[in-house]
Structures are given as structure tokens and as C-alpha cells.
Design a protein around this ligand. Structure first.
Ligand code: NAD
Length: 352
């Protein structure tokens, strides 16, 4: 008999081609009068165009978002917002830019309108990360959850296949782990399976035909589902390993997710066969782990840790760090098994 807790914080979501035109309306809807637009230096142009379209609602642009949200950047953005009398943040970009918005909201409490341009999914979660003196601390606070998220697939057309593929695999990882989360529930599992189907059918088209707006729309739909499930339930060994490898070895975020996911699925296969059956079916494959691996190969994404900068002599330490703090996973997270997983991932072997 079923028994579960479903506790999903609400976010208003506007999805569809052309929805970028609705940012001003949504800022007003929050009762805000002056919005500062956040972006990375690479996406300054998009941020400036958006600020221009906001007319009198614009408090200008802060285009200094970088990976891992250094505390100095968050402080500088907060100061700038105060100086310009801003009462709202519009974050246009990927997880790094939205992460900056969250770090500011954590102290200021001001509302965020997120306009995601990758598939990372941060816009749908109350999880934040801030890096101080080289140490990335993460936490959970509903204050940082964007009030409104505007998904315009047009913005993802510029996402090159080499970023789009791994970013989509990052979204896939949220869906896969949601299916065997400690607090998994039937609603979130339905969303996760739908996310896997959407990503599996769209990502190969996205990388083959980057201008295919229909495939871009489908991929962003899958990414939204990935973000939603990530915000709703806890993650397990896959995310733990990715945080370890990203944090301690500075490996690129989305690529680490791509490489580890097939091996994390293989690791958990026997502990959660039903969840893995859902994954395999949604991928149109006989095996979850092989289906994920084959998808990564098909979209030209990396499959080996050695391809993305992992030093061989760091594998022991990575296994030690990942198994140090107990963390929920359906199969116990033990050194031997994790070390073997990392070995397979290092060489990029197709799971058996
Ligand atoms: P990112 O935000 O770092 O973006 C990578 C690069 O792609 C940047 O240079 C960016 O400007 C560029 N870019 C983004 N969208 C583009 C587009 N449409 N066209 C062209 N270039 C574009 O990468 P990411 O993978 O989105 O985010 C990774 C970060 O997000 C990590 O720090 C990760 O920890 C965090 N994250 C947090 C959560 C959460 O819930 N808190 C969830 C997922 C990821």
C-alpha cells in the first residue's frame, strides 16, 4: 500500500517560444519596480537586450556571474543592486547565473525571475551553493527558489552541441536519481520518467540539428522536469560522486554528470530493479546503464573521466571522500564498490 509525503514548493512557470517577451509583465506581477539583470560575461549581450526591453523597470545589468558562485561576486552583485535601488533580480543564463541570483536572494530576500538558457535545472530548486576561500558550501532554503521561471526555447538555440549534450545529461541524472530517492513519491516518479523520455528523444536531434526549435523545446521541457524532480526529492550516490569530483578535482559540472551516470545506474541496478526498469523503458533500452551510456555516445558527449581532466592518481582519494560522510543510496556506498565504479568511469567502459 502506498504511503508518501509530497511537498513541492510552488514556482510559477511560463514555458514556450517567445515567452521572453513576458519578463516585464512577470516582474510587475511580483510587485517589483526595478529589476537588475544578472548574466555571465559571455551572455552580457542577451542580458543587455533584456534590460533594454524592461524599459523603466530596468535597474541595469550585472554581467559577472561565474562558475561556483564565489562569495566576492555575490557580495559585489548585492552591493550593486543596493546602489541601484533594485527590488528584484532577473537571472538569464545557466546554473552559474541562477546560482548567483540565489546567493543574493539568500541574504536580501528579494525575488528572482529566472530565465534559464541551459538544462541544469537550478531554477526549480531551493538548493544554493557559495564558494568561500575555495570551499563550496551548499544549502537548502526556500527563500532562494525563483518566484517565476520563464522558459523560452529560443534562448537555447545558441547553446552549442558540446555544451547542450552534457547539460541534457545533467538533467537526465536528476530524473534517474529521483526514481530511487529516499523520499521518492509517485507524482515525482511520473515526472522523472516523462523527463527521461523527453531528453532521450530530443538530445540526439539537438546535437545533430542545433537549429531545430522543436527538439530544443522538447529538451527544455525535459530539463524543466529534471529541475522539478531535483527540487522535490533527495539525490543519491551519483550526485554525491559528481559533487566530489567537481569540488575536489575541479572537473566540469555537466561533463562529470555525463560520465558518471551510466556507472551509478549500474552500481544501483540490483538494489532498485523496478526504478531501473522505468529508466530503461523510458530510454527505449533493455538496460538502464547501457541505455544511458549509449545516449551519451550518440550525442558525442564525453564518456571517460580521463577525457575531462581527472588525474588517475586522484581516484583513490575521490573514492575516500565520496564514502566518508554517510549519504542515502539504495545500495550501501562502500569504498570497494565506489573505487571500481570510478575505475570504470575513468576508462569510459560501457557498463556490462
Ligand atoms: P553555466 O551556467 O556555468 O554555463 C556554462 C557556459 O555556457 C557559460 O559560459 C554560459 O554563459 C554559457 N551559456 C549558457 N547558456 C547558453 C546559451 N543558451 N548559449 C550560449 N552559451 C550559453 O553551466 P550550467 O551547466 O548551466 O550550470 C552549472 C552550475 O550550476 C554548477 O555550478 C552547478 O553546481 C550549478 N547547478 C546548481 C543546481 C542547483 O539546484 N542549485 C542545479 C544544477 C546545477
Amino acid at each position: 500500500m502506498q504511503s508518501f509525503v509530497y511537498d513541492q514548493p510552488a514556482t510559477r512557470v511560463i514555458f514556450g517560444v517567445g515567452s521572453l517577451d513576458r519578463v516585464a509583465e512577470e516582474v510587475k506581477r511580483l510587485g517589483a519596480k526595478r529589476a537588475i539583470v544578472l548574466s555571465t560575461p559571455e551572455q552580457r549581450k542577451e542580458a543587455e537586450e533584456l534590460a533594454h526591453d524592461l524599459h523603466e523597470l530596468s535597474a541595469g545589468v550585472f554581467a559577472e556571474a561565474v562558475m561556483h558562485v564565489p562569495i566576492e561576486t555575490a557580495r559585489a552583485a548585492r552591493e550593486e543592486a543596493k546602489r541601484r535601488d533594485a527590488d528584484c533580480y532577473v537571472a538569464i543564463g545557466g546554473g552559474s547565473t541562477i546560482g548567483l541570483g540565489k546567493a543574493i536572494a539568500l541574504e536580501s530576500g528579494l525575488p528572482i525571475v529566472a530565465v534559464p538558457t541551459t538544462y541544469a535545472g537550478s531554477e526549480m530548486t531551493p538548493i544554493y551553493g557559495i564558494t568561500e576561500a575555495g570551499d563550496k558550501k551548499t544549502g537548502k532554503d526556500r527563500k532562494v527558489l525563483p518566484k517565476t521561471v520563464i522558459y523560452d526555447p529560443t534562448l537555447t538555440l545558441t547553446l552549442p552541441p558540446r555544451i547542450a549534450g552534457p547539460s541534457g545529461m545533467n538533467a537526465l541524472a536528476h530524473c534517474v536519481e529521483a526514481l530511487y530517492a529516499q523520499d521518492a513519491n509517485p507524482i515525482i516518479s511520473v515526472l522523472a520518467a516523462e523527463g527521461i523520455r523527453a531528453l532521450a528523444r530530443s538530445l540526439p536531434v539537438v546535437v545533430r540539428e542545433p537549429n531545430n526549435l522543436e527538439a530544443r523545446t522538447d529538451a527544455l521541457y525535459g530539463a524543466w522536469l529534471g529541475g522539478t524532480v531535483l527540487g522535490a526529492v533527495g539525490m543519491a550516490v551519483h550526485h554525491k560522486l559528481c559533487h566530489t569530483l567537481g569540488g575536489s578535482f575541479n572537473l566540469p559540472h555537466a561533463e562529470v554528470h555525463t560520465v558518471i551516470l551510466p556507472h551509478a545506474a549500474a552500481y544501483n541496478q540490483e538494489a532498485v530493479p523496478e526504478a531501473m526498469h522505468v529508466v530503461a523503458k523510458a530510454l527505449g533500452s533493455k538496460s538502464a546503464a547501457q541505455g544511458i551510456y549509449d545516449l551519451a555516445v550518440r550525442i558525442g558527449a564525453p564518456v571517460a573521466l580521463r577525457e575531462i581532466g581527472m588525474p588517475f592518481d586522484g581516484l583513490d582519494r575521490a573514492a575516500e571522500i565520496a564514502t566518508q560522510n554517510p549519504y542515502y543510496n539504495p545500495r550501501p556506498v562502500e569504498y570497494e564498490g565506489v573505487r571500481q565504479l570510478l575505475d570504470d568511469a575513468y576508462y569510459g567502459q560501457r557498463p556490462a
